[in-house]
Design a protein around this ligand. Structure first.
Ligand code: C5P
Length: 221
């Protein structure tokens, strides 16, 4: 029995990263958060004052972009060209623009090849939008995680704790808009792979979801 790769895709706020991190912990696998990579790129172009519409400039500066995902005690740290950006990549400013940068083909192909490299030795739990369809089409276990948009917004709202710079209603609108852009884009849109298992988590607990996924892996490991 060797190691396998696990692909977890789904819309914004479905709980993919929490679940992927847990599953990785349960199996002693490595967790790769691909959303953090698109967020890191978004923060980087923002620092340079390059808008998502300026595709040529994005592609020109792309070779200089270095993203590091560093696993740590209290979750993953993110560094962009040696600068600490863990908190910054979760800001409302990044939320508002990430799906527009994520439509740029040259940026996607760069990040996809990095993601494939990280999964070469297997034993990876990777979450995102196009993992089962494009990044790791041969992943042994593929899950498409959803929940109603209201439930996803409520989960995000709770995560924000006291720092509510945004109302629940606005959050529902933001998430719906990000889902729309992710589903409608031309290159690797958010879509359930044909061989992925659909998991609607609206009424499931974190334990139930992670147990379900780990049990899907039991046939392999
Ligand atoms: O998962 P997270 O919400 O952090 O992802 C942020 C954004 O990055 C998504 O809304 C999507 O536009 C983009 N993304 C992507 N492909 C992935 C992961 C994220 O296009 N594999």
């Amino acid at each position: 029995y060797g190691k396998i790769n696990i692909a977890i895709d789904g819309p914004a706020g479905a709980g993919k990263s929490t679940i992927a991190r847990r599953v990785a912990g349960m199996l002693s696998y490595v967790y790769v958060d691909t959303g953090a990579m698109y967020r890191a790129a978004t923060w980087y172009f923002g620092q340079l004052g390059i808008e998502p519409e300026e595709e040529e400039k994005v592609l020109q500066t792309l070779p200089d972009l270095v993203i590091e995902l560093i696993p740590g005690e209290d979750g993953q740290r993110v560094r962009v060209n040696s600068q600490e950006a863990t908190e910054e990549i979760r800001s409302l400013a990044v939320n508002a623009k990430v799906s527009r940068y994520a439509q740029i083909e040259g940026l996607r192909s760069r990040l996809v090849s990095l993601q494939r490299q990280m999964a070469l030795r297997k034993g990876v739990v990777m979450d995102g939008r196009d993992i089962g369809t494009t990044v790791l089409p041969d992943a042994e276990v593929k899950v498409f995680m959803t929940a109603s948009v209201e439930e996803r917004a409520r989960r995000r709202y709770r995560e924000m704790k006291e720092q509510h710079q945004i109302s629940l209603e606005q959050l529902i609108r933001d998430i719906s808009e990000r889902d729309r852009l992710d589903q409608e884009r031309e290159i690797s849109p958010l879509r359930q792979a044909e061989d992925a298992v659909l998991l609607d988590t609206t009424e499931m607990t974190l334990d139930e979801v992670s147990e379900t996924i780990v049990s899907m892996c039991r046939t392999f490991v």
